[in-house]
Design a protein around this ligand. Sequence first.
Ligand code: PEP
Length: 273
Amino acid sequence: MIGAMREVIVAANWKMHTTPADAGELARTIAARTRVAGVVRVICPPYVSLAAVRDALAEDDPDVAVGAQNVHHELQGAYTGEIAAPMLAGLATWVIVGHSERRRDAGETDDLIGRKLGRAIDAGLRPILCVGEHLEDREARRQDAVVDAQLRGAFGALGALEGGDPAAIRAAGLVIAYEPVWAIGTGRNASGADATAMAGAIRSTLADLGHGPAADDIPILYGGSVTSVNIGEFFAEPAIDGALVGGASLKPDEMAGIVARAGVTAAARGAAG
Ligand code: PEP
């Protein structure tokens, strides 16, 4: 039995691509090409395109959720250029937190990411928390320790906030994305076996962080150069519940292939459950 028959999720991270003028049309095209039973679909455009994507999907396919790519760790204040979680009301229902590109470019620490997670949960946003090791960590075989520390750092910071209770975190629909940094945007992906081993390590840390056996109910996505060609390797792994897709998520053909494969897993889980 796979957790409480965990959802199958494909989330698109458009990163710094699209404009409000073209994002709605791309979202509409992807939505139309990915209508597959049982798959939760999420599109995360840049902030400025959230409204365009929301409007396009509301008309065409309200089943596709809209997510933001980041959120600030404070509720309001003198933070030029930042967006607070409550400001996303009506624009997004999901949010990515702790993406490795933000850890790299904005110096985000686990503590800061934990506070973002708390703000997201308090605002009723469904969080996708990204974790993953660098190449040198994997080469030194310390990937599990790195990801364990990322999770403990983030959830430690979250513990101080209202949303820090494990049951509240699960009720918020927490999703973890395992994204080895060396696989993001490089065309080099981890193996299905690597992803499964890490999913086991993540669930064991989550169990230790107060989730106990319910850690099994938390969806874990793989991310890192996912394409319609390699997605099968990840969906063949029962521990993996979907994908966070970057580059390929801007290509409707790729998204169609990825979500079609996700649908096979969703159907199998539905039949088993
Ligand atoms: C990502 O942005 O989370 C990602 C995994 O990117 P890519 O698929 O391009 O490697």
